[in-house]
Design a protein around this ligand. Structure first.
Ligand SMILES: CCCCCCCCCCCCCCCCCC(=O)SCCNC(=O)CCNC(=O)[C@H](O)C(C)(C)COP(=O)(O)OP(=O)(O)OC[C@H]1O[C@@H](n2cnc3c(N)ncnc32)[C@H](O)[C@@H]1OP(=O)(O)O
Ligand SMILES: Cc1cc2nc3c(=O)[nH]c(=O)nc-3n(C[C@H](O)[C@H](O)[C@H](O)COP(=O)(O)OP(=O)(O)OC[C@H]3O[C@@H](n4cnc5c(N)ncnc54)[C@H](O)[C@@H]3O)c2cc1C
Length: 672
């Protein structure tokens, strides 16, 4: 517990909740952080970054105008970057780029998003992933020292999803040994890149590469866009802000176009393909899609990003639910804490369980990613398709689940949850964007479906398949899988559901093709089912990973930690079994009686978890500065904080606003 938590006067109900908690909170914190060392490192980083006081705003960020908000975000980004550069990267190394601790700590500085986020989030990783060693030696130190500030401009006004359809061109001119960047149409304007509008001086631009009259598809280039002294855009570069957004308003999302703008040949990122001085195109990479590497990296990191944000929302909603009292279900009895309502527990405990499920799955995916990267360094790209399939569906489901449950947390907080000072709307506006950016939900699930159908064809042909789809061989019998309600039984049934849906899709595609239509059209006619099959596959991966890993991670924990962690994981499995009861009725032998028993077990679990609920969210260990919520602070002084924040509103700067004299008075006096 940090010192600020020990010294404050805590709401009586929250104090009682903490006394009820029967497990060792710190052990659960270690599990959530991925180990004791990670917790200690995180706390050290938080102490360094937050004890400076630089993150404190005198006026709430949300009360500032658009320009002032951006200005304030840049000011704080500079302070935070200095801390990251001078102190944090020293502790973490470049591993920090895949570690949510940087983002988690940044939340204390920015209630919205830093305009520098994409610099560390995509610009630097793309330099690492797409540049030769020589190029890295030139660009990486300057980027890490913040001598240059970069953005990642791939999406265009006309195309985000369909990368092959991008229109910006980079045409090689062997006379001058330069690439000429050009935006031939309005729809070819780069659009959305974070940090681009006003902040960045460099940008990674993804463009169609032309040399010797031939197009070689999209490739990344490092492009200086602004003068390093004056910050004026260079001639031939048009750049600006895309306009006000649902969230991300301090992230400086920008547009960019080029008018025959020249960059040196060496600015093409040449790890995976090169253009020689004479214009000869040379392919280096062994896999066609290695230029998409940064996207795979970010999708992998977004799974834990989804977990952390959901954990924040759950912390706010659970603490608030312990403080808030409402209604009178029994005559003459006191108003209960709203957390005592089973319906409230149903809304909230799945959020706690999902945060753990996604965090654990995100850790596992990160390890898988690093293994695949190590293989690729040795020249073996065999595991890349499986990684792409896994990272695509896990990014889609984790961000979608997280956004939905964060909104559920807001509902769980009633009217006060709608206040920006609760922080729930801002957390939601950030996370709901993650469902779209870095690959839209449906589009990514269809990428996974493509892999699954191919895997199914391998199984049918009697060939072996990769580990995450090996269940296809076991579960894909024509018989219904025998239901049992032990955890392993539920997981096996989910796998059977996924296998049956995948095989049904493959059959449907074949059936359509028998009518004479081509594969592409048959695929389109099957896409609603393909998305559903990919979702089922992903759910079975999360359930299996969560269950196996939590069993492993708690093996040496104290008894009550084991018990509460198992209760949460079981709750997660049963929740989804009940949610997907239609699938289970269709593809397993589950009966109505079994479903009733599951429902009863689910309700028992809610009651068992109830006394530990506040302890469970305390174990996420968010400092108040990071939570930034009137409803979720550790001390539970909800009403006092709501009042304090209300008084900070510029609309409370005097009893009478100028608009009264300008408009209302003339109106009421009949003079308007
Ligand atoms: C100071 C502050 C502190 C900060 C702290 C820092 C912390 C950072 C936190 C991170 C925050 C990050 C914020 C990010 C913001 C958003 C950025 C963006 O959106 S950027 C923009 C993001 N934009 C998007 O995400 C766009 C989404 N669109 C796409 O990715 C692609 O267009 C596509 C994948 C949908 C299709 O691609 P297409 O080329 O048409 O391919 P086909 O469909 O024709 O399939 C052909 C074959 O290729 C295969 N394959 C495909 N991909 C891959 C892969 N990656 N690999 C391997 N294989 C792959 C596929 O399986 C198939 O195989 P097979 O069946 O033939 O064997
Ligand atoms: C907050 C935010 C930050 C961003 N930051 C960046 C950034 O820094 N750099 C950058 O380059 N980009 C960025 N983006 C852009 C982002 O990557 C794209 O918006 C995203 O990839 C989706 O592409 P799109 O907008 O073209 O959507 P579209 O592809 O037009 O999607 C619209 C709808 O069509 C559906 N659809 C599209 N294709 C198919 C298909 N093949 N099959 C079935 N359905 C389909 C989708 O499911 C969706 O429902 C950002 C976006 C946001 C919202």
């Amino acid at each position: 517990m940090s010192t600020d938590k020990m010294s404050v006067k805590v709401n009586v109900d929250l104090q009682k909740e903490r006394q009820k908690c029967n497990f060792n909170i710190q052990e659960v914190t270690f599990i959530f952080d991925g180990g004791k060392e990670q917790t200690l490192q995180r706390k050290k980083i938080e102490d360094i970054a937050l004890n400076s006081g630089a993150s404190i705003d005198s006026i709430p960020e949300e009360c500032l105008g658009l320009k002032e908000r951006y200005d304030n975000a840049v000011r704080k980004s500079c302070i935070y970057s200095r801390i990251v550069k001078n102190e944090i990267l020293e502790i973490t190394g470049l591993e920090a780029l895949g570690n949510p601790v940087l983002r988690r700590t940044a939340d204390a500085f920015f209630k919205e998003i830093s305009p520098f986020m994409l610099h560390l989030g995509m610009f630097v990783p793309t330099i690492i992933g797409q540049c030769t060693e020589e190029q890295q030696a030139k660009w990486l130190p300057r980027a890490l020292e913040m001598q240059i500030i970069g953005a990642y401009a791939q999406t265009e006004l006309g195309h985000g999803t369909f990368i092959r359809g991008l229109e910006t061109t980079a045409t090689y001119d062997p006379e001058t040994e330069e690439f000429v960047l050009h935006s031939p149409t309005l729809t070819s304007y780069k659009w959305w890149a974070g940090g681009l509008g006003n902040t960045a001086n460099h940008c990674i631009v993804v463009a169609q590469l032309y040399t010797k009259g031939q197009c070689h598809g999209t490739h990344p280039f490092i492009v200086p866009i602004r003068d390093m002294e004056t910050h004026e855009p260079f001639p031939g570069v048009k750049v600006g802000d895309v306009g006000v957004r649902m969230g991300f308003n301090t992230a400086d999302n920008g547009f960019l176009s080029f008018n025959h703008y020249r960059i040196p040949r060496e600015n093409m990122m040449m790890k995976n393909a090169k253009v020689l001085k004479d214009g000869t195109y040379v392919k280096v990479a062994r896999h066609e899609k290695l230029t998409y590497g940064t996207m795979v990296f970010v999708r992998v990191t977004l799974v834990k990003e989804a977990a952390i944000n959901l954990a924040k929302a759950a912390t706010i909603a659970v603490r608030y639910s312990a403080v808030r009292r409402q209604s009178q279900p029994k005559p003459d009895a006191p108003e209960p804490q709203i957390i005592d309502y089973p319906t409230q527990q149903h809304k909230l405990f799945i959020c706690i369980a999902t945060a753990h499920a996604l965090q654990i799955t995100g850790d596992w995916l990160w390890r898988t990613f690093k293994d695949v990267l190590a293989d690729m360094r040795g020249g073996n790209t065999d595991s890349l398709p499986e990684l792409h399939a896994l990272s695509s569906c896990l990014k889609a489901i984790s961000t979608s689940d997280s956004a939905a449950y964060i909104e559920q947390c807001r509902f769980a907080c009633g009217g006060h949850g709608y206040m920006l000072s609760s922080n729930l709307p801002l957390i939601y506006s950030f996370v709901t964007a993650t469902r779209t950016y870095e690959g839209d939900y449906t589009v990514l699930l269809l990428q996974t479906a493509r892999f699954l159908v191919k895997a199914w064809e391998q199984v049918e042909a009697g060939k072996s398949v990769t580990p995450t789809v090996s269940y296809l061989t076991l579960a894909a019998t024509k018989e219904k899988v025998l239901w049992n309600d032990f955890a392993e039984g539920i997981i096996r049934s989910f796998q059977a559901v996924a296998a049956r849906k995948i095989s049904a899709c493959a059959e449907t595609i074949k059936r359509h093709m028998k009518t004479g239509i081509c594969y592409e059209d048959a695929w389109q006619l099957t896409t609603v089912r393909l998305v559903s099959a990919a979702e089922s596959h992903c759910r079975s991966v999360i359930c299996q990973t969560y269950w196996n890993e939590i069993t492993r991670l708690t093996a040496s924990c104290s008894t009550n930690v084991k018990i509460v962690m198992e209760q949460l994981a079981t709750l997660y499995l049963i929740y989804w079994a009940l949610e997907r009861s239609g699938d289970l009725l269709r593809y397993s032998t589950i009966s109505e009686k079994d479903l009733n028993r599951l429902q009863e077990r689910y309700e028992e679990l809610l009651a068992l978890i109830r006394p530990n609920a506040v302890g469970l969210v305390d174990a996420f260990d968010f400092r108040d500065e990071i939570l930034r919520s009137t409803l979720g602070a550790y001390d539970g002084r909800v009403y006092e904080r709501l009042m304090e924040e209300a008084l900070k509103s510029p609309l409370n700067d005097g009893p009478v606003q100028a608009s009264f004299h300008k408009y209302i008075k003339p109106l009421t006096k009949g003079k308007l």
